[in-house]
Design a protein around this ligand. Structure first.
Ligand SMILES: Cc1cc2nc3c(=O)[nH]c(=O)nc-3n(C[C@H](O)[C@H](O)[C@H](O)COP(=O)(O)O)c2cc1C
Length: 185
């Protein structure tokens, strides 16, 4: 993939634009805070329950903190160190109204997260989602590095950077629609 090919569909209709976004695991150089701000601004279009807008984004610019955060995460070996910025996506527990809603925090943040991925792509920020499937102990270690309020739950991390002129992408083939869609008539 060349950089030109990767960003060739930014102005295309949604099917082509959507198909052109991929997780990038090769970074080369910085992305600006303006690009990140534009992307977060666009991601706000995501729907949320009662429009409570649960998602928050913590942008980590400092190299040393970035490396320490990545050392707590298990899926960035071989490329994490190339990232210019990390976005820690959280969701605000204040935006939950009753206990049965607690899992909806992940639904609301997940919808925001996908929209943020598209918005980053639209703003030429190459990115890779990084799971935050960790023990409470690791979560506490992260909070010692980055001042995330106690009332925010960490959802996911995005490694961000500029993409090189030429790079490889994981193919990540998709399941057929028949395996996903069940029509109940
Ligand atoms: C919640 C979540 C966690 C992920 N965690 C990681 C990770 O830790 N490391 C990684 O390299 N990719 C991670 N990914 C990226 C997926 O592997 C990738 O999205 C998937 O293979 C589909 O490829 P695509 O993003 O290029 O369409 C994660 C994706 C999601 C949605």
């Amino acid at each position: 993939m060349t950089r030109e090919q990767y960003y060739a569909h930014l102005e295309s209709a949604f099917p082509e634009f959507s198909a052109s976004r991929h997780s990038v695991r090769h970074f080369n150089g910085p992305v600006s805070l303006e690009q990140i701000e534009q992307a977060v601004s666009l991601a706000r279009n995501a729907p949320s329950a009662c429009n409570r807008q649960h998602a928050r984004v913590h942008c980590i610019c400092d190299k040393e903190i970035r490396e320490k955060v990545l050392s707590l995460q298990n899926g960035n070996r071989g490329f994490g160190h190339l990232a210019d910025k990390l976005l820690i996506i959280t969701a605000d527990l204040h935006d939950i109204r009753w206990e049965e809603e607690r899992n909806d925090l992940y639904t609301n943040a997940g919808i925001f997260l996908m929209n943020l991925c598209y918005a980053l792509h639209a703003n030429k920020v190459a990115h890779c989602l990084l799971n935050w499937s960790v023990s409470p102990f690791r979560d506490i270690l992260l909070r010692k590095l980055v001042s995330i309020p106690d009332h925010e739950t960490v959802i996911c991390i995005l490694a961000c950077g500029d993409c090189p002129e030429q790079f490889s992408l994981a193919a990540s083939p998709r399941k057929p629609v028949s395996e996903i869609l069940t029509i109940h008539r």
